[in-house]
Design a protein around this ligand. Structure first.
Ligand code: KIV
Length: 266
């Protein structure tokens, strides 16, 4: 059992204290992130891009996610571990159940699924069977070929209305947490107010209950040499990775990250 549980995250939301989440793919970085006070470690399928060098997250397998989850578990010191179900690993409810079991048995405390309203069914089945789920809305990188690129989502009123409705429906279905990626700050603030479960943002402004960044991005490491607008390089002014992780946690907790310049308007 981790020290940080769903109850911890719920109370952080209720008390208006920010949740610091960071992607993590191995034991040593998990240890360093925990030392810095990170609440939630996300074993993201972003590992397909930042570790494996692919140009999308689509090639990542369930076995690879389970392997990295087991690595993170060995270095974890009390954080809640959330692991992504990768592309097509939850296309049917049977796959969602079987593949979530593999990730939970590898050490995840929660699984994350990308999508929209259609996630209600797998979320309900998983939650009923003891698997907490984080629903990822907005820019969902596994759907990059449908979205036509890594673009801000929810700018048009109809899209924004749909995202609000999806968030409420997924909470109703039993989602334990929401993650909003690249969503206008105002819309993310409305969704955060509207649901009782914790909402984590990435490129979603400062009003969400917590923040997440991809570890390589916040350390200033990138294969393309370009960082997304919503990223701050936390290595600046720090002499070590440990220092950068601590600066990130502090900035999330005191609300100084993200600043207005890291967000998107409608
Ligand atoms: O895979 C990942 O790292 C993610 C983050 C971008 C939130 O889903």
């Amino acid at each position: 059992m981790p020290d940080v549980t769903l109850t911890t995250l719920q109370s952080l939301k209720q008390n208006g204290e920010k949740i610091a989440m960071l992607t993590c793919y191995d034991a040593t970085y998990a240890h360093a992130a925990c030392q810095a006070g990170v609440d939630v470690l996300l074993v993201g399928d972003s590992l397909g891009m930042v570790l494996q060098g692919h140009d999308s997250t689509l090639p990542v397998s369930v076995e690879e996610m389970a392997y990295h989850t087991a690595c993170v578990k060995r270095g974890n010191q009390g954080a809640l571990i959330v692991t992504d179900l990768p592309f097509m690993a939850y296309a049917t409810t049977e796959q969602a159940l079987n593949n979530s079991a593999k990730l939970m048995q590898a050490g995840a405390h929660m699984v994350k699924l990308e999508g929209a309203g259609w996630l209600a069914e797998p979320i309900r089945l998983l939650a009923e069977r003891g698997v907490p789920v984080c629903a990822h809305l907005g820019l969902t990188p596994q759907a990059v070929n449908i979205l036509g690129g890594y673009k801000v989502q929810g700018r048009q009123e109809a899209q924004a209305r749909q995202m609000r409705a999806d968030a409420m429906a997924l909470e109703q279905a039993g989602a334990a947490m929401l993650l909003l990626e690249c969503v206008p700050s105002e819309l993310a603030a409305e969704i955060t107010q509207a649901v009782k479960i914790p909402v984590i943002g990435i490129g979603a402004g400062s009003a969400t209950d917590g923040q997440v960044l991809v570890q390589h991005d916040m350390l200033g490491l990138s294969l393309s040499g370009r960082a997304p607008k919503f990223v701050r390089n936390f290595m600046e002014g720090q002499g070590s990775i440990q220092g950068a992780f601590s600066a990130y946690v502090q900035a999330v907790k005191d609300g100084s990250f993200p600043a207005a310049e890291h967000g998107f308007s409608a």
